[in-house]
Design a protein. Structure first.
Length: 177
Protein backbone atom coordinates (compact mmCIF):
# COMPACT_ATOMS: atom_id res chain seq x y z
CA UNK A 1 0.00 0.00 0.00
CA UNK A 2 2.80 2.31 0.87
CA UNK A 3 4.57 1.62 -2.43
CA UNK A 4 1.41 2.39 -4.39
CA UNK A 5 0.79 5.67 -2.57
CA UNK A 6 4.40 6.75 -3.20
CA UNK A 7 3.97 5.95 -6.89
CA UNK A 8 0.72 7.92 -7.05
CA UNK A 9 2.30 10.83 -5.18
CA UNK A 10 5.33 10.76 -7.50
CA UNK A 11 3.11 10.72 -10.60
CA UNK A 12 1.04 13.60 -9.20
CA UNK A 13 4.18 15.65 -8.52
CA UNK A 14 5.55 14.90 -11.99
CA UNK A 15 2.23 15.85 -13.63
CA UNK A 16 2.07 19.07 -11.60
CA UNK A 17 5.64 19.93 -12.50
CA UNK A 18 5.08 19.30 -16.21
CA UNK A 19 1.81 21.23 -16.23
CA UNK A 20 3.33 24.21 -14.47
CA UNK A 21 6.30 24.44 -16.86
CA UNK A 22 4.23 24.02 -20.01
CA UNK A 23 2.49 27.39 -19.68
CA UNK A 24 5.72 29.43 -19.44
CA UNK A 25 6.61 30.82 -22.85
CA UNK A 26 9.01 33.60 -21.82
CA UNK A 27 10.11 35.43 -18.74
CA UNK A 28 8.04 38.24 -17.28
CA UNK A 29 9.21 41.81 -17.81
CA UNK A 30 11.77 43.04 -15.33
CA UNK A 31 10.65 45.59 -12.83
CA UNK A 32 12.06 49.08 -13.20
CA UNK A 33 13.92 50.89 -10.46
CA UNK A 34 11.74 53.07 -8.26
CA UNK A 35 11.27 56.65 -9.42
CA UNK A 36 12.56 58.16 -6.19
CA UNK A 37 16.21 57.22 -6.66
CA UNK A 38 18.21 60.38 -7.29
CA UNK A 39 21.23 60.37 -9.55
CA UNK A 40 22.40 62.64 -12.37
CA UNK A 41 22.07 59.74 -14.80
CA UNK A 42 18.76 58.30 -13.53
CA UNK A 43 15.42 59.90 -13.97
CA UNK A 44 13.16 60.39 -11.00
CA UNK A 45 10.59 62.86 -9.75
CA UNK A 46 11.33 62.62 -6.02
CA UNK A 47 14.25 64.51 -4.53
CA UNK A 48 13.63 64.17 -0.77
CA UNK A 49 15.13 67.59 -0.25
CA UNK A 50 18.36 66.80 -2.09
CA UNK A 51 19.59 69.28 -4.64
CA UNK A 52 21.78 68.21 -7.50
CA UNK A 53 24.88 70.27 -8.18
CA UNK A 54 25.77 69.70 -11.82
CA UNK A 55 27.75 72.92 -12.13
CA UNK A 56 31.04 71.02 -12.23
CA UNK A 57 29.98 68.49 -14.84
CA UNK A 58 27.75 70.43 -17.19
CA UNK A 59 29.08 72.97 -19.62
CA UNK A 60 27.19 76.25 -19.23
CA UNK A 61 25.08 77.34 -22.14
CA UNK A 62 27.02 79.52 -24.55
CA UNK A 63 30.43 78.26 -23.41
CA UNK A 64 31.40 76.65 -26.66
CA UNK A 65 29.91 76.43 -30.08
CA UNK A 66 31.33 74.75 -33.10
CA UNK A 67 30.32 75.15 -36.72
CA UNK A 68 31.69 75.27 -40.22
CA UNK A 69 32.28 78.53 -42.03
CA UNK A 70 33.69 79.71 -45.34
CA UNK A 71 36.29 82.46 -45.69
CA UNK A 72 37.34 83.55 -49.18
CA UNK A 73 35.81 80.36 -50.58
CA UNK A 74 37.78 78.08 -48.21
CA UNK A 75 36.24 75.87 -45.52
CA UNK A 76 37.20 76.53 -41.89
CA UNK A 77 36.19 75.18 -38.49
CA UNK A 78 34.65 77.98 -36.41
CA UNK A 79 35.06 77.65 -32.64
CA UNK A 80 33.27 80.29 -30.57
CA UNK A 81 34.43 80.69 -26.97
CA UNK A 82 32.32 83.59 -25.71
CA UNK A 83 32.04 82.83 -21.98
CA UNK A 84 35.13 83.71 -19.91
CA UNK A 85 33.70 81.94 -16.84
CA UNK A 86 34.76 78.56 -18.19
CA UNK A 87 38.15 79.36 -19.70
CA UNK A 88 39.87 77.25 -17.06
CA UNK A 89 37.84 74.24 -18.24
CA UNK A 90 38.73 74.88 -21.88
CA UNK A 91 42.43 75.40 -21.10
CA UNK A 92 42.45 72.18 -19.05
CA UNK A 93 40.96 70.35 -22.04
CA UNK A 94 43.66 71.87 -24.26
CA UNK A 95 46.31 70.61 -21.83
CA UNK A 96 44.76 67.14 -21.95
CA UNK A 97 44.94 67.02 -25.76
CA UNK A 98 48.44 68.53 -26.04
CA UNK A 99 50.03 65.20 -27.07
CA UNK A 100 47.75 65.13 -30.13
CA UNK A 101 48.61 68.66 -31.26
CA UNK A 102 51.12 67.45 -33.84
CA UNK A 103 48.43 65.53 -35.73
CA UNK A 104 45.86 68.34 -35.67
CA UNK A 105 46.78 69.70 -39.10
CA UNK A 106 46.51 66.27 -40.69
CA UNK A 107 43.06 65.95 -39.08
CA UNK A 108 42.00 69.32 -40.51
CA UNK A 109 43.05 68.24 -43.98
CA UNK A 110 41.23 64.91 -43.65
CA UNK A 111 38.08 66.84 -42.80
CA UNK A 112 38.53 69.05 -45.87
CA UNK A 113 39.14 72.18 -43.81
CA UNK A 114 41.69 74.85 -44.55
CA UNK A 115 42.08 76.04 -40.96
CA UNK A 116 40.40 77.21 -37.76
CA UNK A 117 38.69 80.43 -36.69
CA UNK A 118 38.74 80.98 -32.91
CA UNK A 119 36.21 83.64 -31.88
CA UNK A 120 36.53 85.05 -28.34
CA UNK A 121 34.37 88.13 -28.90
CA UNK A 122 31.44 88.88 -26.66
CA UNK A 123 28.12 90.12 -27.90
CA UNK A 124 28.47 93.74 -29.00
CA UNK A 125 31.52 94.57 -26.88
CA UNK A 126 33.11 96.64 -29.63
CA UNK A 127 36.71 97.07 -30.67
CA UNK A 128 36.85 93.91 -32.77
CA UNK A 129 40.36 92.77 -33.68
CA UNK A 130 41.84 89.91 -35.68
CA UNK A 131 45.15 88.00 -35.84
CA UNK A 132 46.30 85.58 -38.49
CA UNK A 133 48.54 82.79 -37.27
CA UNK A 134 50.26 80.17 -39.41
CA UNK A 135 50.76 76.83 -37.66
CA UNK A 136 53.38 74.32 -38.86
CA UNK A 137 53.66 70.76 -37.59
CA UNK A 138 56.76 68.52 -37.50
CA UNK A 139 56.03 67.16 -40.98
CA UNK A 140 55.99 70.66 -42.49
CA UNK A 141 52.23 70.84 -43.05
CA UNK A 142 50.70 74.24 -42.37
CA UNK A 143 47.27 75.58 -41.50
CA UNK A 144 46.00 79.07 -40.72
CA UNK A 145 44.32 80.01 -37.45
CA UNK A 146 42.34 83.23 -37.37
CA UNK A 147 41.84 84.62 -33.86
CA UNK A 148 39.00 87.10 -33.33
CA UNK A 149 38.70 89.12 -30.11
CA UNK A 150 37.38 92.40 -28.75
CA UNK A 151 38.46 94.83 -26.02
CA UNK A 152 37.09 92.68 -23.17
CA UNK A 153 38.45 89.36 -24.46
CA UNK A 154 42.00 90.43 -25.42
CA UNK A 155 43.59 88.79 -22.37
CA UNK A 156 41.68 85.57 -22.93
CA UNK A 157 42.71 85.38 -26.58
CA UNK A 158 46.34 85.99 -25.58
CA UNK A 159 46.17 83.13 -23.04
CA UNK A 160 44.89 80.71 -25.68
CA UNK A 161 47.56 81.80 -28.19
CA UNK A 162 50.21 81.34 -25.49
CA UNK A 163 48.88 77.81 -24.89
CA UNK A 164 49.10 77.15 -28.63
CA UNK A 165 52.71 78.37 -28.71
CA UNK A 166 53.60 75.92 -25.93
CA UNK A 167 52.01 72.92 -27.68
CA UNK A 168 54.59 70.26 -28.58
CA UNK A 169 55.06 69.53 -32.26
CA UNK A 170 53.70 72.89 -33.46
CA UNK A 171 55.45 76.08 -34.49
CA UNK A 172 53.40 79.22 -34.92
CA UNK A 173 54.17 82.44 -36.74
CA UNK A 174 52.08 85.60 -36.78
CA UNK A 175 51.21 86.92 -40.23
CA UNK A 176 50.61 90.53 -41.18
CA UNK A 177 47.30 91.18 -42.88
Amino acid sequence: MRKTSLQVLGCALLATLLASCAGMSDRPKRKKLPGYIVSPTWEGKYSYGLQEDNSRTEVPEGFFSYSDTTIDGKAFFLISLHDPAVDSLALAAAKLYEPLAGSAIAYLQQQGKEGVVADFRGIRNGGDKKSHIQVRDVTGQTAPIIVLWDNLSAGRAAAYVEKLQAAPGLKITFQQQ
